[in-house]
Design a binder for this molecule. Sequence first.
Ligand code: FCB
Length: 465
Amino acid sequence: MSRHTFPRGFLWGTATSAHQIEGGFAENGRGESIWDRFAATPGRISDGSDASVACDHYHRWREDVDLLQWLGVGAYRFSVAWPRIMPAGRGRVSDTGLDFYDALVDALLDNGIRPFVTLYHWDLPQPLQDRGGWSTRDTATAFADYATAVARRLGDRVGHWITHNEPWCAASLGHEMGEHAPGHRDAGEALRAAHHLLLSHAWAVEALRADATATDAEVGITLNLAPAWPASPREADRDAARHFDGSFNRWYLDPLFRGSYPEDAVADRVRRGDLEGHDLPFVRAGDLQAIATPLDFLGVNYYSRVVVRAGADGEPVVERVVPQEELTEMGWEVFPQGLYELLVRLEREYRPAKIYITENGAAFRDEIDTSGEISDVRRIDYLHAHLAAAHRAISAGVPLQGYFVWSLLDNFEWAHGYTKRFGLYWVDFATQRRIAKQSAFWYRDVVAASGMDGDARSTTVRRLR
Ligand code: FCB
């Protein structure tokens, strides 16, 4: 039987983020974040919940490191909560805030697990939002100071740094679509926010390279990328797909790898009235050059493709064109081939030094059966198919060096609250008990063998008892 064996040294991991798992909001002087404020606003979170307890990881982190150790992973991606480190967003640095991550890093290293630290996974300190948040350049300056504070404490041991997680989400879901904190609906503000996020990335790269002393420390950024497919061969639909690609993928890739915003996408924005004239008024001399500082790696979060058609007003419309059973609980199409195509395109068009898949995974309606097992075979199928696509991309020459399942634990899925479960571990939020889903057993085998059978899950899934 054919096997997919990954290259020697390929890193296997899982990912989480601070706001989604930590809880412990009131602990040790943590400041308020924009997500605390957002969740406290009625109607923002679908189940009316918030993340004040979440997975209680702030108190149970040792137990969670044990889960990682049991899985056998060589890497763990987590984020640092800026409001724990600088409760006011700038100025005073909290040593007790840093202590938490310091101990976590040591515990990971003691277990042979490499920490991949994300500096910003969306939990901006509220005091910075009160002064304009990402729509101001000042927030980028504050971010660089925060990066310095974290690098000075953890930089002797952390070898992998991710400045931002998914700046498109922070900028557009947060400032244009109103679905994420701070919940604004202003396309122009979103473009300013996107630029300041990229600029803050550039300044943080500089800070990390100056202060992270671990040998061979690597610095990168994580983007959420999705190939855009036209709903039909019609010219208008193909143009809608180009438009979507420009505002979603290339708006970030081009500045980072080419030092410019994509001209066609800028023109689309001007046509929509989101920008006046062809200038991007928020871009200052030297910004794009700084943003294009070469990175050690690109982090890629991949969940699905998007299918796009032209709307009546000429604007692109994202369509669901697939039968219900191929969708995950998020309503996202299962489309592993898109991962292969994305990786090959990145290699061809942007030539990143290395790529890590920093998130890939799926929410399904998991259930515990009478014997206490969670047979999440659809998640296993999903992960299996995406890993097979990743393996194919490596064979095609893509410098892919690691893969992180989203997520280690079921957690607070942003505006969906606790209604979407992505974990390899089920979390019973009433008792905080963690239960390994069948996918955790499956992933453990994949990690141990650094690969899996070429055939579908039926051959790899065994009964647990
Ligand atoms: C990504 C986020 C992550 C998680 C997954 C499902 O966009 O980075 O925090 O919510 O989606």
